[in-house]
Design a protein around this ligand. Structure first.
Ligand code: NAD
Length: 316
């Protein structure tokens, strides 16, 4: 795996891959960054553009347009390749096309001796992460999806606006599918350690209905951005960089990612969005939130959506 120099390979240099690359170099998170895409010209153009900003970055990263043989010495291979959701499609409808694309990438990466961590954001991300785990044969800890990281960031942002509090002072998670069946774990949201339900129950200003509306707005956020500008990429690019930093710097940070459940929340053998401790080994531990009955039932439905979609595809 590692040579002592941090190396990230990005497979797919479209909107998401290039936004992630920009976040990585801008924040000086990785020492070496390799861009790979079937569209060679696109990858070359992105490398040139990124290198032209090198003078201004936090610390210089070496960036080049490479090949899958560069994965042998990579710490992380991030899969951002794939077709995007259009405004008529759900994320799940892109599943077949993206499974094929990801299989070809994972086979190629593994054939070149990769032994690091796969990070996946291609949609539908929970299913594509499960496929990556299955195709790669790597331990579950070393195959991670971006899961509900972006949804959680949107949730904390909107809650922060509502309560006029820095989102970093709020803890809370969206769990389950990165998609329409996602679950806002409202019973666990806290501001400065104070449970949000206690705040709502003792306030004339803040209402439970508003918080329920925020969860709906989080779920619809991607569709609105796609309607307005075609696709979403800055948020997920920054989020992937955050996971990458937690891995490379061995942070033991809790982030909501798509991880393989092995009895947690009462489910087995399914990737879905849950908070987890992330470090140099990948997923160190999944955190089991104490969900209320309604949230647990919604999570069960979300898992059912994922299972029924991936069953024919992955022959589980
Ligand atoms: P895009 O069309 O801009 O980029 C996709 C890139 O993948 C293209 O450059 C294409 O040439 C490349 N590609 C296709 N097949 C390939 C292969 N076999 N090997 C290497 N590269 C290949 O799309 P985008 O907007 O960057 O979105 C990419 C994926 O990310 C989509 O599946 C999208 O739904 C997903 N996405 C996920 C999140 C999330 O939160 N997980 C957020 C936004 C987008």
């Amino acid at each position: 795996m590692t040579t002592g120099v941090n190396r990230v390979v990005i497979a797919g240099t479209g909107f998401v891959g290039s936004s992630y690359a920009y976040a990585l170099v801008n924040q000086g998170i990785t020492e070496e960054l390799v861009l790979v895409d079937v569209n060679q010209e696109k990858a070359e153009g992105e490398v040139m553009d990124l290198n032209h900003g090198r003078f201004f970055y936090e610390s210089p990263s070496k960036v080049w347009n490479g090949h899958y043989h560069d994965c042998k010495e990579a710490d992380i291979v991030c899969i951002t390749a794939g077709v995007s959701q259009t405004d008529e499609e759900t994320r799940l409808s892109a599943v077949e096309k993206n499974t094929e694309i990801v299989k070809s990438i994972v086979d190629d990466v593994m054939a070149h001796g990769f032994n690091g961590i796969f990070l996946v954001s291609t949609n539908p991300v929970d299913i594509i992460t499960q496929a990556t785990w299955k195709f790669s044969g790597l331990p579950k800890e070393r195959v991670i999806g971006s899961g509900t990281l972006l949804d959680t960031a949107r949730y904390l942002h909107m809650l922060g606006e509502y309560f006029t509090v820095d989102p970093k002072s709020i803890s809370g998670y969206i769990v389950g599918e990165h998609g329409d069946s996602q679950v806002a774990a409202l019973s666990n949201v806290a501001i400065g350690g104070k449970n949000v339900m206690d705040i709502v129950n003792t306030s004339d200003k803040y209402k439970l209905k508003d918080l329920e509306d925020i969860a709906v707005n989080v779920r619809n956020a991607a569709d609105i951005v796609i309607e307005k500008k075609g696709s979403t990429y800055y948020g997920i690019g920054a989020g992937l960089a955050r996971i990458t930093k937690a891995i490379l710097k061995n942070e033991n940070t809790v982030l909501p990612v798509s991880a393989l459940l092995d009895g947690e929340y009462g489910f087995h053998d399914i990737y879905t969005g849950v908070p987890a401790i992330i470090n140099r080994q990948g997923v160190k531990e999944i955190i089991e939130l104490d969900l209320n009955k309604e949230e647990q039932d919604k999570l069960t439905s979300s898992i059912e959506v994922l299972r029924s979609t991936m069953k024919p595809l992955l022959k589980l």
